[in-house]
Design a protein around this ligand. Structure first.
Ligand SMILES: [Zn+2]
Ligand SMILES: [Zn+2]
Length: 397
């Protein structure tokens, strides 16, 4: 690993920025071959009875293998195979949550999430409601939210994120990750690539509106971004070391969010755009698109807008005395540096294409009219001072 879990933990109390950060509740983090063995041994030392939360695919990818190891060690386990919905997707909704709750007897001591982001969100929410811990066993490098404390759920068709808890331990077995479907690898890459705009939005919100900021945590998230980008060729070829580095980048990004206590480092306008597309797909009953694919594509869309329109919008806001943006008057060089840190949209799309992944909204079945309407409302999803919000406030979109 290029970064150390212990070093990250030290930042809880000892960050170069001088401010205390939040505690990382994750006690153990393993990435590598043999992590499933480590998971079984660790679970055995902590719990006598667990429920494995998985779906039919992740059961084959890792669930059966983990279950066998638990049996060998004498841990009592049961399986909860979360069923797909009518469209064939496993989703984190009320039906999946209830299915897990029903599968859990009164004496279950922990849930083990075996799968990608959605199964983690289901196990995260259910375990928090049961006041028991959950253990993360990712089966694909698909998202940076494995260690998140928030569980985005779809309840009665509306997506809301509930604050729950982070896993007590993460065991990412690279032998499992290497077998992940390529779409999930693309999604993980897209989620990290989205940091190109989220980091810029974070710096911009701090400059324009005094949003909380830590340059050390920003540099760690940038390290995650650069690690993934440096591996694009290896990822396209499915090389094991590249897959491992992508997973480490995703975990680093997720742990930085835990330290910061909010999602600013890893979620800016591109995530808001992606959430808006997701809600529109829910409303119209369309099949869901992987989170990271939407984020990667949204990042390209915003990169074009940010590079071409933000400086002008800042000048317009200053002239109109529009709060809080007018405070940027006289700080144009800092704005320029932030805008310059955003890669050109063509570069973002080229990286996605190099993988073979979708790069444009149309590639995801997202029509231009939806892109236009989303750009005008996505900034309202979160109370953040992103450049997307500035462009809306100044009618530059
Ligand atoms: Zn700091
Ligand atoms: Zn994300």
């Amino acid at each position: 690993m290029r970064w150390s879990f212990e070093e990250l933990k030290r930042l809880e109390t000892d960050c170069p920025c001088g401010e205390p950060h939040h505690a990382i509740p994750v006690e153990r983090l393993e990435v590598g071959p043999g992590a499933l063995d480590e998971a079984a041994t660790w679970i055995k030392a902590r719990f006598g009875r667990v429920v494995l939360v998985m779906d039919e695919h992740t059961r084959l990818a890792a669930g059966d293998a983990l279950a066998q190891r638990l049996t060998d060690l004498g841990v009592v386990w049961t399986a909860c195979i979360v069923e797909p919905n009518g469209q064939g997707d496993v989703v984190a909704d009320e039906a999946s949550i209830v299915q897990v709750l029903i599968a859990c007897g009164p004496d279950v001591e922990a849930l083990i999430a075996v799968g990608s982001g959605t199964l983690h969100d289901i196990a995260r929410f259910a375990s928090a409601k049961m006041r028991i811990p959950f253990v993360s066993v990712p089966t694909a490098p698909s998202v940076d939210g494995f260690t998140s404390a928030g569980a985005p759920l779809i309840v009665r068709g509306v997506k809301t994120t509930y604050q729950t808890h982070a896993p007590v331990a993460v065991f990412a077995d690279t032998a499992v990750l290497e077998q992940a479907p390529k779409e999930l690898v693309w999604a993980g890459f897209g989620d990290v690539l989205g940091k190109s705009t989220s980091l810029a939005d974070w710096a911009f919100g701090a400059l324009a509106a005094g949003e909380p900021y830590c340059s050390h945590l920003a540099s760690l998230t940038r390290e995650a971004l650069e690690t993934a980008v440096a591996e694009v060729r290896g990822l396209a070829e499915g090389r094991p070391d590249a897959i491992r580095h992508l997973m480490e980048a995703l975990l680093l990004s997720g742990l930085v969010m835990l330290l910061f206590g909010q999602s600013h480092p890893a979620s800016g306008g591109e995530h808001h755009l992606s959430h808006d597309w997701e809600m529109e797909f829910l409303r119209s009953g369309r099949r869901q698109i992987l989170h990271g694919l939407k984020v990667g594509v949204a990042c390209g869309v915003l990169a074009d807008l940010y590079r071409s329109r933000v400086e002008e919008a800042v000048a317009a806001a200053a002239e109109a005395g529009l709060a809080p943006w007018a405070s940027l008057a006289g700080r144009e060089h800092e704005v320029r540096a932030i805008v310059a840190s955003v890669p050109p949209g063509d570069r973002v799309r080229a990286l996605m294409r190099q993988l073979g992944a979708p790069a444009e909204p149309e590639d995801l079945g997202i029509e231009r009219s939806l892109v236009s309407s989303s750009l005008k409302r996505a900034h309202k999803l979160r109370n953040r001072y992103t450049m997307l919000r500035l462009l809306n406030d100044t009618n530059a979109i």
